[in-house]
Design a protein around this ligand. Structure first.
Ligand SMILES: NC(=O)c1ccc[n+]([C@@H]2O[C@H](COP(=O)([O-])OP(=O)(O)OC[C@H]3O[C@@H](n4cnc5c(N)ncnc54)[C@H](OP(=O)(O)O)[C@@H]3O)[C@@H](O)[C@H]2O)c1
Length: 301
Protein backbone atom coordinates (compact mmCIF):
# COMPACT_ATOMS: atom_id res chain seq x y z
CA UNK A 1 0.00 0.00 0.00
CA UNK A 2 1.20 3.53 -0.76
CA UNK A 3 1.57 5.93 2.14
CA UNK A 4 -0.92 8.78 1.59
CA UNK A 5 -0.13 12.48 1.77
CA UNK A 6 -1.39 14.64 4.62
CA UNK A 7 -2.45 18.16 3.71
CA UNK A 8 -1.44 21.17 5.79
CA UNK A 9 -4.36 23.38 4.71
CA UNK A 10 -2.99 26.65 6.09
CA UNK A 11 0.21 26.13 4.09
CA UNK A 12 -1.25 24.74 0.90
CA UNK A 13 1.38 22.03 1.24
CA UNK A 14 1.40 18.31 1.93
CA UNK A 15 3.94 15.79 3.21
CA UNK A 16 3.76 12.01 3.37
CA UNK A 17 1.84 10.67 6.37
CA UNK A 18 4.99 8.77 7.35
CA UNK A 19 8.26 10.69 7.16
CA UNK A 20 11.72 9.15 6.98
CA UNK A 21 14.20 10.37 9.63
CA UNK A 22 17.90 10.93 9.02
CA UNK A 23 19.14 11.04 12.62
CA UNK A 24 20.55 7.50 12.59
CA UNK A 25 21.69 7.44 8.95
CA UNK A 26 25.37 7.18 9.91
CA UNK A 27 24.65 4.26 12.31
CA UNK A 28 23.45 1.92 9.57
CA UNK A 29 25.37 -1.36 10.05
CA UNK A 30 25.57 -1.58 6.26
CA UNK A 31 27.25 1.82 6.08
CA UNK A 32 26.40 5.25 4.72
CA UNK A 33 27.64 4.91 1.16
CA UNK A 34 25.91 6.74 -1.68
CA UNK A 35 24.47 3.40 -2.85
CA UNK A 36 23.09 2.48 0.58
CA UNK A 37 21.48 5.89 1.16
CA UNK A 38 20.06 5.84 -2.37
CA UNK A 39 18.56 2.41 -1.69
CA UNK A 40 16.74 3.72 1.38
CA UNK A 41 15.50 6.86 -0.42
CA UNK A 42 14.23 4.70 -3.29
CA UNK A 43 12.52 2.31 -0.87
CA UNK A 44 10.76 5.28 0.73
CA UNK A 45 9.67 6.67 -2.63
CA UNK A 46 8.46 3.26 -3.83
CA UNK A 47 6.03 3.20 -0.91
CA UNK A 48 4.94 6.85 -1.05
CA UNK A 49 7.25 8.24 1.67
CA UNK A 50 8.50 11.42 0.02
CA UNK A 51 9.43 13.53 3.04
CA UNK A 52 12.81 13.38 4.81
CA UNK A 53 13.51 14.78 8.27
CA UNK A 54 17.01 16.20 8.79
CA UNK A 55 18.76 18.47 11.28
CA UNK A 56 21.99 20.38 10.85
CA UNK A 57 23.56 18.45 13.76
CA UNK A 58 22.66 14.88 12.69
CA UNK A 59 25.65 12.57 12.26
CA UNK A 60 27.97 15.12 13.83
CA UNK A 61 26.89 17.73 11.24
CA UNK A 62 27.53 15.30 8.37
CA UNK A 63 24.23 13.59 7.53
CA UNK A 64 22.83 16.50 5.50
CA UNK A 65 26.01 16.37 3.43
CA UNK A 66 25.82 12.57 3.00
CA UNK A 67 22.25 12.96 1.75
CA UNK A 68 23.21 15.91 -0.48
CA UNK A 69 25.90 13.87 -2.22
CA UNK A 70 23.21 11.33 -3.15
CA UNK A 71 20.94 14.11 -4.47
CA UNK A 72 23.86 15.47 -6.49
CA UNK A 73 24.50 12.07 -8.03
CA UNK A 74 20.78 11.40 -8.65
CA UNK A 75 19.35 14.90 -9.30
CA UNK A 76 16.04 13.49 -10.58
CA UNK A 77 15.15 12.68 -6.95
CA UNK A 78 15.14 16.35 -5.97
CA UNK A 79 11.75 17.10 -7.54
CA UNK A 80 10.22 14.00 -5.94
CA UNK A 81 11.04 14.70 -2.30
CA UNK A 82 10.32 17.22 0.43
CA UNK A 83 13.05 18.22 2.85
CA UNK A 84 12.55 19.22 6.47
CA UNK A 85 15.56 20.31 8.48
CA UNK A 86 16.21 21.89 11.86
CA UNK A 87 18.59 24.36 13.43
CA UNK A 88 19.25 26.08 16.72
CA UNK A 89 21.25 23.53 18.72
CA UNK A 90 24.96 24.23 19.09
CA UNK A 91 26.90 21.10 19.93
CA UNK A 92 30.01 21.77 22.05
CA UNK A 93 33.28 21.44 20.17
CA UNK A 94 36.26 23.46 19.10
CA UNK A 95 34.24 26.64 18.55
CA UNK A 96 32.08 26.48 21.71
CA UNK A 97 32.87 24.73 24.99
CA UNK A 98 29.23 24.76 26.15
CA UNK A 99 26.23 23.11 24.54
CA UNK A 100 23.68 25.83 23.92
CA UNK A 101 20.85 27.03 21.71
CA UNK A 102 21.12 29.87 19.23
CA UNK A 103 18.00 31.31 17.65
CA UNK A 104 19.50 34.66 16.72
CA UNK A 105 18.74 35.92 13.21
CA UNK A 106 22.40 35.55 12.25
CA UNK A 107 22.51 31.92 13.33
CA UNK A 108 19.20 30.96 11.72
CA UNK A 109 20.33 32.52 8.43
CA UNK A 110 23.77 30.88 8.68
CA UNK A 111 22.21 27.46 9.38
CA UNK A 112 19.63 27.66 6.60
CA UNK A 113 22.27 28.67 4.06
CA UNK A 114 24.60 25.91 5.28
CA UNK A 115 21.81 23.30 5.00
CA UNK A 116 21.08 24.46 1.44
CA UNK A 117 24.76 24.05 0.54
CA UNK A 118 25.12 20.65 2.19
CA UNK A 119 21.86 19.22 0.87
CA UNK A 120 22.56 20.71 -2.56
CA UNK A 121 19.05 22.07 -3.02
CA UNK A 122 17.83 25.60 -3.81
CA UNK A 123 15.06 25.75 -1.23
CA UNK A 124 14.20 23.93 2.01
CA UNK A 125 10.55 22.90 2.28
CA UNK A 126 10.35 23.22 6.06
CA UNK A 127 12.80 24.55 8.65
CA UNK A 128 12.16 23.82 12.34
CA UNK A 129 13.69 25.45 15.40
CA UNK A 130 15.04 22.30 17.06
CA UNK A 131 14.51 23.18 20.73
CA UNK A 132 12.89 26.06 22.60
CA UNK A 133 15.67 28.51 23.36
CA UNK A 134 15.26 30.33 26.69
CA UNK A 135 16.90 33.34 25.05
CA UNK A 136 14.73 33.35 21.92
CA UNK A 137 13.32 36.64 20.73
CA UNK A 138 10.11 35.91 18.76
CA UNK A 139 10.27 39.26 16.95
CA UNK A 140 13.80 38.64 15.70
CA UNK A 141 12.97 35.05 14.73
CA UNK A 142 9.83 36.08 12.86
CA UNK A 143 11.74 38.70 10.91
CA UNK A 144 14.42 36.28 9.74
CA UNK A 145 11.79 33.62 8.88
CA UNK A 146 10.01 36.15 6.70
CA UNK A 147 13.19 37.35 4.99
CA UNK A 148 14.36 33.79 4.23
CA UNK A 149 10.95 32.93 2.76
CA UNK A 150 11.04 36.08 0.61
CA UNK A 151 14.57 35.16 -0.55
CA UNK A 152 13.23 31.75 -1.65
CA UNK A 153 15.52 29.84 0.74
CA UNK A 154 12.76 28.18 2.78
CA UNK A 155 9.04 27.66 2.25
CA UNK A 156 7.78 27.15 5.80
CA UNK A 157 9.03 27.54 9.37
CA UNK A 158 7.96 25.52 12.40
CA UNK A 159 9.23 24.29 15.74
CA UNK A 160 10.23 21.17 17.61
CA UNK A 161 10.00 20.18 21.27
CA UNK A 162 8.11 23.38 22.08
CA UNK A 163 5.80 23.55 25.07
CA UNK A 164 2.36 24.96 24.35
CA UNK A 165 3.35 28.32 25.85
CA UNK A 166 6.55 28.54 23.79
CA UNK A 167 4.48 27.77 20.69
CA UNK A 168 1.87 30.36 21.55
CA UNK A 169 4.47 33.01 22.27
CA UNK A 170 6.19 32.61 18.90
CA UNK A 171 2.92 32.23 16.98
CA UNK A 172 1.53 35.38 18.58
CA UNK A 173 4.28 37.37 16.85
CA UNK A 174 4.94 35.41 13.64
CA UNK A 175 2.29 36.42 11.13
CA UNK A 176 2.35 33.18 9.11
CA UNK A 177 1.11 29.92 10.66
CA UNK A 178 3.94 27.84 12.14
CA UNK A 179 4.12 24.60 10.14
CA UNK A 180 4.30 22.04 12.95
CA UNK A 181 5.57 21.20 16.40
CA UNK A 182 7.71 18.05 16.14
CA UNK A 183 7.66 16.24 19.50
CA UNK A 184 8.64 12.97 21.12
CA UNK A 185 5.61 10.69 21.38
CA UNK A 186 5.23 6.95 21.66
CA UNK A 187 3.47 4.33 23.75
CA UNK A 188 6.27 4.89 26.26
CA UNK A 189 6.05 8.69 26.17
CA UNK A 190 2.43 9.69 26.12
CA UNK A 191 2.61 13.21 27.66
CA UNK A 192 1.65 15.12 24.46
CA UNK A 193 -1.88 13.68 24.62
CA UNK A 194 -2.29 14.91 28.17
CA UNK A 195 -0.28 18.15 28.40
CA UNK A 196 -2.12 20.13 25.71
CA UNK A 197 0.48 19.70 22.94
CA UNK A 198 -1.86 17.87 20.58
CA UNK A 199 -4.91 19.92 21.65
CA UNK A 200 -3.01 23.00 20.57
CA UNK A 201 -2.28 21.42 17.18
CA UNK A 202 -6.00 20.93 16.57
CA UNK A 203 -6.73 24.44 17.81
CA UNK A 204 -4.15 25.99 15.45
CA UNK A 205 -4.87 23.60 12.57
CA UNK A 206 -1.48 21.89 12.09
CA UNK A 207 -0.33 18.28 12.22
CA UNK A 208 2.27 17.39 14.87
CA UNK A 209 5.24 15.35 13.75
CA UNK A 210 6.20 12.52 16.09
CA UNK A 211 9.82 11.56 16.79
CA UNK A 212 11.05 8.26 18.25
CA UNK A 213 7.68 6.58 17.55
CA UNK A 214 9.10 3.19 18.59
CA UNK A 215 10.78 4.76 21.66
CA UNK A 216 14.16 4.35 19.98
CA UNK A 217 13.43 0.65 19.33
CA UNK A 218 12.51 -0.15 22.97
CA UNK A 219 9.06 -1.27 21.81
CA UNK A 220 10.78 -4.21 20.09
CA UNK A 221 13.24 -5.05 22.85
CA UNK A 222 11.39 -4.32 26.08
CA UNK A 223 13.38 -3.86 29.29
CA UNK A 224 10.80 -3.39 32.07
CA UNK A 225 7.75 -5.46 32.99
CA UNK A 226 5.36 -2.85 31.60
CA UNK A 227 7.35 -2.72 28.37
CA UNK A 228 7.20 -6.52 28.10
CA UNK A 229 3.44 -6.51 28.64
CA UNK A 230 3.08 -3.87 25.92
CA UNK A 231 5.15 -5.99 23.55
CA UNK A 232 3.00 -9.04 24.32
CA UNK A 233 -0.18 -7.03 23.70
CA UNK A 234 1.17 -5.80 20.37
CA UNK A 235 2.05 -9.38 19.42
CA UNK A 236 -1.43 -10.56 20.34
CA UNK A 237 -3.13 -7.82 18.31
CA UNK A 238 -0.82 -8.43 15.35
CA UNK A 239 -1.71 -12.14 15.42
CA UNK A 240 -5.43 -11.34 15.49
CA UNK A 241 -5.12 -8.99 12.52
CA UNK A 242 -2.63 -11.12 10.60
CA UNK A 243 0.06 -8.43 10.50
CA UNK A 244 3.33 -7.43 12.19
CA UNK A 245 3.71 -5.59 15.47
CA UNK A 246 5.30 -2.53 13.90
CA UNK A 247 2.19 -2.19 11.71
CA UNK A 248 -0.07 -2.16 14.79
CA UNK A 249 2.27 0.29 16.43
CA UNK A 250 2.33 2.82 13.56
CA UNK A 251 -1.42 2.37 13.07
CA UNK A 252 -1.90 3.45 16.71
CA UNK A 253 -0.69 6.97 15.82
CA UNK A 254 -3.24 7.31 13.03
CA UNK A 255 -6.30 7.35 15.31
CA UNK A 256 -5.48 10.69 16.89
CA UNK A 257 -7.61 13.51 15.41
CA UNK A 258 -4.65 15.94 15.23
CA UNK A 259 -3.31 13.89 12.29
CA UNK A 260 0.02 12.78 13.74
CA UNK A 261 2.93 12.22 11.37
CA UNK A 262 5.35 9.56 12.71
CA UNK A 263 8.99 9.80 11.63
CA UNK A 264 10.56 6.42 10.89
CA UNK A 265 14.01 5.85 12.38
CA UNK A 266 14.86 2.41 11.04
CA UNK A 267 17.83 1.88 8.75
CA UNK A 268 16.32 -1.34 7.39
CA UNK A 269 14.52 -1.03 4.02
CA UNK A 270 12.31 -4.04 4.86
CA UNK A 271 11.14 -2.28 8.03
CA UNK A 272 10.41 0.87 6.01
CA UNK A 273 8.24 -1.23 3.68
CA UNK A 274 6.51 -2.91 6.61
CA UNK A 275 5.72 0.44 8.28
CA UNK A 276 4.19 1.72 5.04
CA UNK A 277 1.59 -1.05 5.29
CA UNK A 278 0.23 0.15 8.66
CA UNK A 279 -2.66 1.88 6.90
CA UNK A 280 -4.15 -1.54 6.10
CA UNK A 281 -4.67 -2.32 9.80
CA UNK A 282 -6.86 0.36 11.39
CA UNK A 283 -7.47 0.12 15.12
CA UNK A 284 -10.83 0.51 16.83
CA UNK A 285 -11.25 3.00 19.67
CA UNK A 286 -11.19 0.13 22.20
CA UNK A 287 -7.99 -1.31 20.67
CA UNK A 288 -6.39 2.16 20.81
CA UNK A 289 -7.21 2.55 24.50
CA UNK A 290 -6.14 -1.01 25.30
CA UNK A 291 -2.62 -0.23 24.05
CA UNK A 292 -2.52 3.05 25.94
CA UNK A 293 -3.62 1.22 29.09
CA UNK A 294 -1.02 -1.53 28.93
CA UNK A 295 1.81 0.90 28.08
CA UNK A 296 0.91 3.27 30.95
CA UNK A 297 0.26 0.38 33.32
CA UNK A 298 -3.12 1.76 34.32
CA UNK A 299 -6.56 2.35 32.85
CA UNK A 300 -7.78 5.86 32.10
CA UNK A 301 -9.60 7.51 35.01
N1 LIG B 1 13.05 16.86 16.82
C1 LIG B 1 13.83 16.18 17.62
O1 LIG B 1 14.31 16.66 18.66
C2 LIG B 1 14.16 14.76 17.27
C3 LIG B 1 14.83 13.92 18.19
C4 LIG B 1 15.09 12.61 17.83
C5 LIG B 1 14.69 12.14 16.57
N2 LIG B 1 14.07 12.98 15.68
C6 LIG B 1 13.64 12.49 14.35
O2 LIG B 1 12.84 11.32 14.50
C7 LIG B 1 13.36 10.28 13.69
C8 LIG B 1 12.99 8.95 14.28
O3 LIG B 1 13.47 8.82 15.61
P1 LIG B 1 14.12 7.46 16.08
O4 LIG B 1 15.24 7.10 15.18
O5 LIG B 1 14.39 7.55 17.52
O6 LIG B 1 12.87 6.44 15.77
P2 LIG B 1 12.51 5.07 16.47
O7 LIG B 1 11.79 4.25 15.46
O8 LIG B 1 11.82 5.31 17.77
O9 LIG B 1 13.92 4.39 16.79
C9 LIG B 1 14.72 3.82 15.79
C10 LIG B 1 15.44 2.63 16.38
O10 LIG B 1 14.48 1.58 16.55
C11 LIG B 1 14.86 0.44 15.81
N3 LIG B 1 13.67 -0.08 15.11
C12 LIG B 1 12.80 0.62 14.34
N4 LIG B 1 11.88 -0.21 13.82
C13 LIG B 1 12.19 -1.45 14.26
C14 LIG B 1 11.59 -2.73 14.06
N5 LIG B 1 10.51 -2.89 13.26
N6 LIG B 1 12.15 -3.81 14.70
C15 LIG B 1 13.24 -3.65 15.51
N7 LIG B 1 13.86 -2.47 15.72
C16 LIG B 1 13.34 -1.36 15.10
C17 LIG B 1 15.87 0.92 14.79
O11 LIG B 1 16.79 -0.12 14.49
P3 LIG B 1 17.01 -0.59 12.94
O12 LIG B 1 17.64 0.54 12.23
O13 LIG B 1 17.89 -1.79 13.11
O14 LIG B 1 15.68 -0.96 12.38
C18 LIG B 1 16.53 2.09 15.48
O15 LIG B 1 17.60 1.67 16.31
C19 LIG B 1 14.87 10.61 13.62
O16 LIG B 1 15.50 10.03 12.51
C20 LIG B 1 14.83 12.10 13.48
O17 LIG B 1 14.57 12.47 12.13
C21 LIG B 1 13.79 14.26 16.02
Amino acid sequence: MMVPQIEFPKHNFSISRLVYGIWRLHEDPLGASVERIYEKIQTCLNFGIDTFDHADIYGDYENEERFGIVLDKHPAIKSKIKIITKCGIQVPGVKFPTKHYNTSKEHIRYSVERSLRKLKVDCLDVVLIHRPDPLMDPQEMSEVFETLIKEGKAKHFGVSNFTTSHFQMLQSVYKRPLFTNQVEFSLFRTEPIFDGTFDQAIQYGFHPMVWSPTAGGRIFSPKTETESKTHQKLEMMAKEKGCKIDQILYSWFLNHPAGLVPILGTNDPKRIQSAADCFSFPLSRVEWFSLLEVARGKEVA
